[in-house]
Ligand binder design. Structure first.
Ligand SMILES: [Zn+2]
Length: 75
């Protein structure tokens, strides 16, 4: 797929990026986007991905391309 991106030196799919944020498997993920922000830990580029960890939940997650930093829009 054309929207795979490099994260911490590895090529990831949207589903794999969501799994890195969620620490478990997800059932669906949207294409990866560039977030309009910099990583608060290392200043690296941040990617954004919307995904469904379960059939009843939609989460927007962010993950740094260079380090382990990640965040979600969960309350
Ligand atoms: Zn970072």
């Amino acid at each position: 797929m054309s929207d795979n991106r490099v994260v911490q030196g590895r090529m990831v799919t949207p589903e794999r990026l969501a799994e890195l944020i969620e620490d478990e498997s997800v059932i669906d993920a949207e294409p990866i986007r560039d977030a309009e922000q910099r990583c608060p830990d290392c200043g690296g580029d941040v990617l954004e991905v919307g995904y469904m960890p379960s059939a009843l939940e939609f989460v927007t997650g962010w993950k740094c391309q260079e380090c382990d930093w990640n965040d979600t829009d969960r309350e």
